[in-house]
Design a protein around this ligand. Structure first.
Ligand code: S3P
Length: 178
């Protein structure tokens, strides 16, 4: 596929499947997969939950921005972001550089079924908390270049939808140029 973006960046709420879809998509595209949360954990030697607990959310958001800056120079990557990364304007701008950004749109019921209440996601809470946080964040997720329905289907099927979108965008651009 000519004219592919350097990076495909997956954004969306906790439990929308960014990691599993990202892995499947990276395989399909022959790109490397990067998970922002895992990169932060590897760099700091601490879990996301510990960082939130010991240093607070703002310190974590700063780490996300640093990761976004580091990723902005890496070619052929599929990036799974943490659910709050795209809501921060400066981190969002870095993630958008040279990338196709994709919102994995997922309904609340599916999210609640997928997010375990095991303390690994410090901002996960009960149904009302999750509904309010999702509503607050949707305007940011809408800023992604495209939205894909991630409520139904396997990670591979969702990845296939994204490949379809990429192919259509590439065809459109190629035909405009001619
Ligand atoms: C967060 C989502 C998490 C992780 C952190 C904060 C959020 O990532 O970055 O717990 O603010 O929604 P996932 O979306 O991968 O769960």
């Amino acid at each position: 596929m000519p004219d592919r973006p350097a990076r495909v960046v997956l954004v969306g709420f906790m439990g929308s499947g960014k990691t599993s879809v990202g892995r499947a998509l990276a395989r399909r595209l022959g790109y490397r997969f990067e998970d922002m949360d895992r990169r932060i954990e590897e760099r700091t030697g601490r879990t996301v939950a510990d960082i939130f607990h010991d240093d607070g959310e703002e310190a974590f958001r700063e780490m996300e921005r640093e990761e976004a800056r580091a990723l902005a120079s890496l070619p052929r990557r599929v990036v799974a972001t943490g659910g709050g990364a795209f809501t921060r304007p400066d981190t969002r701008a870095l993630l958008q550089e040279g990338a196709l950004t994709v919102w994995l749109k997922c309904d609340l019921e599916r999210i609640l079924a997928r997010v375990p209440a095991d303390g690994s996601r410090p901002l996960a809470g009960n149904r009302d908390i999750m509904r309010a946080l999702l509503a607050e964040r949707e305007p940011s997720y809408r800023k992604a270049d495209v939205a894909v329905d991630a409520s139904a289907g396997t990670p591979r099927e969702v990845a296939d939808r994204i490949v379809g979108l990429l192919e259509r965008r590439t065809r459109k651009r190629t035909s405009v140029r001619r």
